[in-house]
Design a protein around this ligand. Structure first.
Ligand SMILES: [Cu+2]
Length: 574
């Protein structure tokens, strides 16, 4: 007996063209590589800089906007006293600049700057460096042990895990609500076995349990995240901190939105199951729940690394599609595992198998679309978030390992889903309960890894080491450029020029290096190396950014011959 219309779970032309155009779009829209964390681009006074007289102001310019809460700059003088005047601020017109005033009448010596801030993706960052007034005097007392840094992420310790845990519970709860509603409203469960979609047994309870878990996790995430972002000890926690988090951080504002969605969702879920209402009204309310859950998921796409990406809107949109695809897949699996057996059990034994497999077939058809979107957006986001070189990031950083684990689990889920779809097509055999649950458990772990990734720094791959390259030029001489240690911050630039006969050219009037950053338009940065009779042309100067650089070496001999060569090199953070 054929109860169900032929339903083709196989890929249709439309599926393929959708997936291919999505992939194409991703490749074309690929933004320039962006680093996910804020770091100092320019400090004044800079690291190890010696200034002639005390500056009135210390400014730290970052590569991206900072959040206007939980930042601080403390400057300690050679005598161990505070040298800043406590007026630390982030100018609203220049949200990427952190500045503070200095006290007047500061004496000569070495000053230590210790700063902290919260980057756009909600991750606390901090650093320490020294500068000198007049002449160095050794590190200020008490600060000898501080190492210099230009944007290290604060550890956060167990708090980071707790914050990830609240994210995970929200992902689990929201995806179950989304998947259950889709299972019911999109008729993944065929009409012939559930007359009225919203009366599917266990679906009501499943929705409320998921709602309660997601809401509790969302509520508790505010104090947890406030302590995490502000970096205070648990004992120093105060309600005024929560106040500043709500007012000044993007997390706080999104949390308020979540609370609003959470309250509305309670109303729509309740109305969707109110048997006193018409079926139509109940359906509309349930569609309302679906929209509210999608909104709640959107608040999650707005926090985290995509919020700090260069192509912010695109990165957030991709992250959101990824999140919705994953939630649908995993949530609908949960709904099927919970609601399908009691539904089919009500049927006469002869119809059970067919009804069961028809649901799996319908789910597979939806699942293919979700998976295609998931894979395409996942590849896109990884490429945007992982610092270059991508493969090194993937195989040497904690972020890379977690991402690899997530990809492997996803492949296991895909294999299981493939098998389920194949079995559903033949429509025979036992129910899938075991292997369906395995797919579901893998999905839950994938969501946990996703929550961990949100709070893990994509990091920087290990420094690539000093740069050295020799280039032959027309008259047979060779220019060698050496940059050491080739990390952001201070570097030694050495230029060595040898004639065709191997002798060193030592009659240069001047050597200039013109640096341009290939990933970001920052203009031309010039380094001038003065003349030197020994033939050693060396200068100490700064590399402000990691990434790809192009450098033009231009040397002028005393007889006014010019020698030119061009190099490209890649710099990492130390
Ligand atoms: Cu981050």
């Amino acid at each position: 007996m054929i109860l169900f219309h032929g339903f083709k779970p196989a890929w249709t032309k439309r599926h393929w063209s959708f997936a291919i155009s999505l992939l194409l779009f991703c490749c074309l829209a690929m933004p320039q590589w962006a680093s996910a964390h804020a770091y100092i681009v320019k400090a004044s006074p800079g690291e190890n800089e010696t200034v002639a007289s005390a500056p009135a102001l210390l400014t730290l310019e970052f590569n991206e906007s900072l959040q206007t809460a939980f930042y601080d700059v403390v400057i300690t003088g050679p005598d161990g006293n505070r040298a800043d005047d406590g007026s630390v601020r982030i100018d609203e017109a220049k949200p990427h600049v952190l500045e503070t005033g200095l006290r007047s009448g500061l004496g000569n010596g070495t000053y230590a700057v210790s700063w902290k801030a919260v980057s756009a993706d909600g991750h606390p960052i901090q650093g320490v460096y020294v500068f000198h007034i007049g002449a160095p005097s050794g590190a200020p007392p008490g600060l000898e042990n501080l190492t210099s840094g230009s944007g290290a992420e604060q550890g956060g310790g167990p708090l980071k895990w707790l914050v990830s845990l609240t994210d995970w519970i929200q992902y689990l709860g929201l995806s179950t609500i989304l998947g259950t509603l889709a299972f019911l409203l999109f008729r993944i469960v065929p009409k012939s076995i559930a007359g009225e979609a919203l009366d599917v047994p266990r679906s009501h309870r499943l929705l409320w349990i998921s709602y309660a878990a997601a809401s509790a996790a969302a509520i508790i995430s505010l104090p947890l995240n406030t302590i995490y972002e502000s970096g205070v000890a648990i004992g120093e926690f105060s309600w005024s901190l929560i106040g500043s988090a709500l007012k000044l951080t993007s997390f706080g504002q999104l949390w308020l939105v979540q609370m609003l969605l959470l309250m509305l969702l309670a109303v729509t879920i309740l109305s969707g199951y109110d048997r006193d209402r018409s079926v139509k009204a109940r359906h509309w309310n349930s569609y309302g729940s679906l929209v509210l859950v999608l909104g709640w998921l959107f608040t999650h796409a707005m926090t985290g690394h995509p919020a700090a990406a260069e192509e912010k809107v695109l990165a957030i949109a991709m992250d959101y599609i990824h999140l919705v695809g994953a939630s649908f897949w995993i949530g609908a699996l949960a709904a099927m595992a919970v609601c399908l057996p009691p539904l089919t059990d009500r049927l006469p034994a002869s119809l059970r198998g067919e009804a069961y497999w028809a649901s799996i077939r319908r789910f597979s058809a939806w699942g293919i679309g979700a998976v295609a979107a998931l894979v395409a957006t996942g590849i896109y986001s990884s490429l945007v978030i992982l610092p270059e070189p991508i493969l090194t990031s993937l195989f040497t950083t904690a972020y890379g390992y977690v991402l690899l684990a997530k990809v492997l689990l996803l492949m296991a889920m895909l294999a299981l889903a493939w098998r389920h779809a194949a079995l559903a097509r033949t429509g025979t055999g036992d129910r899938l309960s075991g292997s369906l649950k395995a797919e579901l458990v893998a999905g839950a772990v994938v969501l946990a890894l996703a929550a961990v990734l949100t709070h893990l720094s994509p990091g920087q791959p290990a420094a690539s080491g000093p740069f050295q390259e020799t280039q032959a030029i027309q008259d047979g001489s060779a220019i060698t450029l050496q940059i050491s240690p080739n990390v952001t911050g201070e570097n030694t630039f050495t230029v060595d020029i040898k004639r065709a006969d191997g002798t060193t050219v030592n009659d240069l009037e001047q050597v200039t290096l013109s640096l341009t950053h290939l990933d970001m338009d920052m203009g031309i940065y010039e380094i001038t190396i003065p003349k030197n009779d020994a033939g050693i042309y060396k200068a100490e100067d700064y590399l402000s950014m990691p990434g790809h650089w192009h450098v033009k070496v231009h040397a002028l001999t005393r007889s006014l011959d010019s020698l030119d060569a061009e190099f490209e090199f890649e710099t990492n953070n130390p």
